[in-house]
Design a protein around this ligand. Structure first.
Ligand SMILES: Cc1cc2nc3c(=O)[nH]c(=O)nc-3n(C[C@H](O)[C@H](O)[C@H](O)COP(=O)(O)OP(=O)(O)OC[C@H]3O[C@@H](n4cnc5c(N)ncnc54)[C@H](O)[C@@H]3O)c2cc1C
Length: 459
């Protein structure tokens, strides 16, 4: 039991807010992006700075209460929030400092990707992230980070140069290739298992205006599109990324009314090479089969990064299933076509994200991310605003995944998983799991940080 005196002392030592059940801010503060998650923490510490994070970690450890770390709050399984424990909410630690000479960017642990894109774009630079700008830098990076720049620049962790962290014992440390190298290895894919990252330093890339956007084809053509895509994307130049999707066309601009609410298949392209060569690069794509809609053209990088934000506001119901995929055979394509045609709601979708190109230049053991040799990270997400459709979207995603799982590589990208148990976490880290457990034992022997895709401390 936590005494009132302990809570009062904790509050007095924080510069940020401490929110408790019954406080006016409590219900908004415990909400995360996925509306399916409804957890009631004992306390929420809005940490204003590193000192607050140290205080919060020490408080949780000495009082033996569960801790969750909240970055952007986007996690599929709601791992930023916990029942009956302390939420270390990093959202006030939001800043981005660009060093245009060194082409590096320092980012506060509670920042969102939109903050980073906004700050770096002014200098003609970009950091590889995801495809929605409201996602947290913290969770996305620590799990790996797949997005529009994966084929050109690799995963987000491949551009990570250093972190500052608060460890389970309250110590503040830096980690990089030169300092605490074991810890630096572990955080590049091992999630929030090793401590609270208060700052990230990334290498930034000279990317300003992309030639990018979605191209859609009728759903009846999906088998043909997938067969063409599977060989095209593995041979494409690394400056070209394209993820495949089954989708329902939103009923509004920029989509023409005759396509509204139609189920279709599409590829969202992002070309980051010289703009004058873009038309040439897209010639074989446009020549393969004229798309029903072609919205690909020059676009500022942050606009592409925020293109789908409006379609996916916070608070919807989300049910996620995922797998890595090495090969996309004809049988698997037939199953994709069957389940893709059954999208249960307008926002439900299936994406195949390429993890080939630059991401595959790095060995599976160089970071914990053990599927560099996969070709795609597949994710099936049932999404809808209505809680009444929770079962509908979940059943569709489960059925789809069950049909395709036998054709997968085994594990799944940690950031695309909900709570699927220890075996699935092991499968995902593969040969890297044992090394992760040893590092976990060194830095968090009592598993203070366990509200995550948990890596148990080694024996
Ligand atoms: C709409 C949407 C789109 C997405 N698109 C992509 C995509 O394109 N590419 C991709 O790779 N992923 C994508 N994701 C998945 C995303 O990477 C994960 O959901 C990730 O966990 C989100 O990070 P967050 O900080 O917002 O999450 P939170 O829920 O805040 O945190 C998730 C977990 O990350 C850890 N964590 C977060 N911040 C820190 C920190 N500073 N220090 C230590 N641990 C921390 C904690 O363990 C925490 O429990 C998407 C998710 C959503 C909902």
């Amino acid at each position: 039991m936590l005494s009132d005196a302990a809570i009062t002392a904790f509050k007095a030592n924080l510069r940020g807010e401490l929110i408790k059940p019954g406080d006016p801010a409590y219900d908004a503060a415990r909400k995360v992006y996925n509306g399916m998650i409804d957890r009631r923490p004992r306390l929420i510490a809005r940490c204003a700075d590193v000192a607050d994070v140290i205080t919060a970690v020490n408080f949780a450890r000495t009082n033996k209460i569960l801790v969750s770390i909240r970055g952007g709050g986007h996690n599929a399984g709601g791992l930023g929030v916990c029942d009956d424990g302390l939420v270390i909410d990093l959202s006030p630690i939001k800043y981005v400092r660009v060093d245009p000479k060194k082409r590096t960017v320092e980012v506060g642990g509670g920042s969102l990707w939109g903050d980073v894109d906004h700050a770096t774009h002014a200098f003609g630079l970009a950091v590889p992230s995801g495809i929605i700008s409201t996602t947290g830098v913290g969770g996305l990076t620590l799990g790996g980070g797949i997005g529009h720049l994966t084929r050109q620049c690799g995963l987000s962790i491949d551009s990570l140069l250093a972190v500052d962290m608060v460890l389970a014992d309250g110590r503040f440390v830096a980690a990089s290739a030169k300092e605490n190298a074991d810890l630096f290895w572990a955080v590049r894919g091992g999630g929030g298992n090793f401590g609270v990252v208060t700052s990230f330093v990334f290498k930034a890339h000279p990317i300003h205006t992309d030639y990018a956007g979605p191209m859609l084809w009728p759903i009846e053509d999906s088998a043909e599109v997938l067969r063409w895509y599977r060989s095209f994307i593995t041979k494409a130049p690394n400056t070209l990324n394209g993820f495949f999707a089954f989708l329902t066309v939103p009923p509004g601009p920029p989509f023409p009314p005759d396509l509204h609410n139609k189920k279709m298949c599409g590829i969202v392209w992002c070309y980051t090479g010289p703009l004058k060569k873009a038309e040439q690069v897209f010639k074989p794509i446009r020549g393969f089969k004229t798309p029903a809609l072609d919205l690909v053209g020059p676009i500022p990088h942050p606009v592409l990064q925020g293109m789908f934000d409006g379609l996916y506001p916070p608070g919807h119901q989300w049910y996620w299933k995922a797998d890595f995929v090495r090969e996309l055979g004809d049988e698997a394509i037939a199953l994709h076509v069957k389940h893709g045609a059954r999208l249960p709601t307008m926002q439900s979708t299936m994406h195949l994200y390429p993890v080939n190109g630059a991401a595959s230049r790095i060995k599976n053991t160089n970071t914990p991310w053990a599927y560099r040799d996969a070709t795609w990270a597949a994710v099936i997400v049932g999404v809808d605003p209505a809680p009444a459709n929770k079962e509908l979207i979940s059943a569709w995603a489960r059925d789809y995944w069950t049909a395709l799982h036998p054709y997968s590589a085994g594990g799944a990208y940690v950031n695309f998983m909900m709570d699927e148990g220890e075996e699935r976490v092991r499968a995902t880290y593969g040969k890297n799991y044992d090394r992760l457990t040893k590092i976990k034992k060194r830095y968090d022997p009592t598993n203070v940080f366990r509200v995550n895709q948990n890596i148990k401390p080694g024996k």
